[in-house]
Write a protein that binds this ligand. Structure first.
Ligand code: GLA
Length: 395
């Protein structure tokens, strides 16, 4: 009897120590990360000012929450193996920075790496997982992005499980962001390991460029992420990388499409621009609450490319709670296109059923932020090159 009790206790404690924090990232995480705009040029002044801007610009009100410092905040380990933040760039230390961010009603995130060194050659987490997790918990970290450079023969799944267990043992709920670039198909194993997992290599600041080491423009990242919808859901999201909106290469129209497609794909909305100095147009894109609502919808469905009209206009669909549906017509071509949608003809095609759509179903344009009619009549519209028409259908 006693033996049975201890066996059950042992199994219980093993299972308790091998899990991710539940109840986090119920909807795709929203926030900001330093990498896309600032790379290694990070310091506490930038992070504090970013937190200030997040709170004062309307970004926080729109739902952005996490302020994440990516690579290069760390410089060495001390004689006891503790990770050391750059004393020149972060003289007040990480705890003070976390306290400041928390005082703004926001959350704090850091970056590390499963290998011996980060991608930028800073000290990585290998062999220090539990020690680092305890430090992060003590500082007040709420989010950890964990990369996969300099990993030699390490296996991704095992390495991420070690860090998951270390975070859990440190007892502070931390969103765990897996970043092995989709190499080992993390969508097949990461649901019980992390809360989001990168599905592709790095997003570049362009429409569809490619670089030789694998980085690519946002439309190509989107194509890779699109077929993985069935793996995403509350608490575990496909992550097609951070947004390039506002980084000065994409036009405002392309930025709007990029943001809309990330919303449609239930992707984490992690901005990557300088939010202290956004143009009004970029701010309007990033804070469009009706588009953000698609992304944050409680049903947690990743939208997908449903069919392609006319060779170049992609029609994407995302089921929403309350029986509503989001549709996005994405003009991928370089030319202006006109559409003329006969709803009766297409009702039967909507997700294979009519979805309760009738002649009286209301069409709302989520960028115009107004109702534009019902499905009783054909919908005619002009869509600019690279632009989107994004609508919600509701009873
Ligand atoms: C990798 C990641 C990027 C960024 C850099 C930092 O390339 O994929 O998102 O974190 O490392 O070095």
């Amino acid at each position: 009897m006693k033996q049975l009790f201890f066996t059950v206790l042992l199994i219980f404690s093993i299972s308790m120590s091998a899990q991710k924090f539940e109840g986090l990232a119920k909807t795709p995480p929203m926030g900001w990360n330093s990498w896309n705009k600032f790379a290694c040029n990070v310091d506490e002044k930038l992070i504090r000012e970013t937190a200030d801007a997040m709170a004062s610009s309307g970004m926080k009100d729109a739902g952005y929450e996490y302020i994440v410092i990516d690579d290069c905040w760390q410089v060495s380990r001390d004689e006891n193996g503790n990770i050391v933040p750059d004393p020149e760039r972060f003289p007040s230390g990480m705890k003070a920075l976390a306290d400041y961010i928390h005082s703004k009603g926001l959350k704090f995130g850091l970056y590390s790496c499963a290998g011996s060194k980060t991608c930028e050659g800073r000290p990585g987490g290998r062999g220090h997982e539990y020690q680092d997790a305890r430090a992060y918990a003590a500082w007040g970290v709420d989010y950890l992005k964990y990369d996969f450079c300099n990993t030699d023969a390490q296996k991704a799944e095992g390495s991420y499980k070690v860090m998951r267990d270390a975070l859990f043992a440190a007892k502070r709920p931390i969103v765990f962001s897996i970043c092995e670039w989709g190499t080992t198909e993390p969508w097949t194993w990461a649901k019980n390991v992390g809360h989001l997992w990168r599905t592709t290599s790095d997003i570049m600041n362009c429409w569809d460029c490619k670089v030789n080491w694998g980085g690519m423009g946002w439309t190509l990242v989107m194509d890779k992420n699109e077929p993985l919808g069935k793996y995403a859901g509350s608490g575990g999201w496909n992550d097609p990388d951070m947004l390039q909106v506002g980084n000065g290469v994409l036009t405002d129209v392309e930025s709007r499409s990029h943001f809309t497609m990330w919303a449609m794909m239930a992707a984490p909305l992690i901005t990557g621009n300088d939010i202290r100095s956004m143009t009004p147009a970029i701010k309007e894109i990033l804070t469009n609450k009706e588009i953000i609502a698609l992304n944050q919808d409680s049903l947690g469905k990743q939208g997908y490319r449903w069919w392609t009209l006319d060779g170049n206009i992609e029609l994407w669909i995302k089921s929403l709670s309350n029986g509503e549906i989001a549709l996005c017509f994405f003009n991928r071509s370089g030319e202006v296109k006109n559409i003329d949608i006969d709803w009766k003809k297409y009702f039967g095609k909507l997700d294979g059923k009519s979805q309760g759509i009738t002649d009286k179903t209301i069409i709302r344009d989520l960028w115009l932020k107004k109702n534009i009619g019902t499905t009783g009549k054909n919908m005619k519209a002009t869509i600019q090159a690279h632009d989107v028409l994004t609508i919600k259908l509701s009873k």
